[in-house]
Design a protein around this ligand. Sequence first.
Ligand SMILES: *Cc1c(COP(=O)(O)O)cnc(C)c1O
Length: 393
Amino acid sequence: MRLQDIDKSYVLQTYARNYVNFVKGKNSILYDDNGKDYVDFGSGIAVCSVGHANPRLAKAICEQAERLIHVSNLYLIEPQALLAKRLAELSGYDVRTFFANSGAEANEGAIKMARKYGEVEGEVKRYKIITLEHSFHGRTITALKATGQESMHNYFGPFPDGFVYARDIRHVYELIDDHTVAVMIELVQGEGGVQPMDREEVQKLAEELKKRDVLLIVDEVQTGIYRTGEVLASNLYGIIPDIVTLAKGLGGGVPIGAVMTTHKEILKTGEHGSTFGGNLLSTRAALEVLDILEEYKQSGGLDHMLLLFEERLKDLCSRHKELFEKEVGIGFMRGLRVKEGRDASEVINAAFEEGVVVLKAGKNTVRFLPPLTLTKEEMELGFERFERALSRL
Ligand SMILES: *Cc1c(COP(=O)(O)O)cnc(C)c1O
């Protein structure tokens, strides 16, 4: 049986899978089982933040695995404690962190924290959480309900109560009532189409919510860990959220999620937990990822490459007005909006054939999420191939 047929027979078919078989990688280059190479402008959906087969990350993981992979959260876990400290220091926020295994699970934790806050703070019980249309918060029942895309809510009800969707940030104020406990947003909507929020509107929202004692939860599962150029997009936007969730890029490919909160006492012993969350392997990996990326940021290398990438993408966009309406995004979270009547998938497929991996976001956006360690040579090669793909359309 061919591998592809084994997959089709035995794996639940929940993905529109491209049956390429990637077998190895080196920073931003992927190789398939025929030896063909691809420039990876997707990094496993913003996960492989330090590139593929990063030697420092591989060494850290190997050394940890040879010593101890997992104990239990019933015991002290050295890299977990150090990672929590590191996240507080790098973000500059006065926070404690809970560790989970994925973005959805981190958001579940955030929602539980907000619900608890609504239960114990104030006279009436508050439970409503406002999220935005076109948002994406994950696939568990509650994270799915938090996701402001009605089309994703088919089949799986009944859902937990208390989620309402605002058209945009300005509309949030109209929806706040006596039962509202939190507002949850992405600062750059990722899955929704690489849509950055307006900085001033976000700052005003943060201020208003503080006045009304409504929590601000920022879902940084995609934007977090230098994706926008700063360790958190919240830093870039100049706000201090009550809760920040992380996942994708934090472990460099090792599954990990995190919920950071300034409400350090909100959950008490026994009120939340995870068997795997924050184990020795994943937190050791995340510590190494942060070391690598912080050094790179401090050296000026990251900011330099972000600028080059932006220039290159803007230049490409301006020379392909027949296809693209505009360039969108921040840092290494970028997109090209295709014109009405054109199809983002057609661009993505052509690019793939030429040996460059890009992703789709929303209905009509070609999305770029390269490894944060992308080199100039890899970038040039990727754009060369991308342009060759466009010339074929
Ligand atoms: C990917 C993503 C999630 C879900 O993360 P999983 O690890 O797939 O559960 C949640 N929120 C945002 C903003 C994301 O981009």
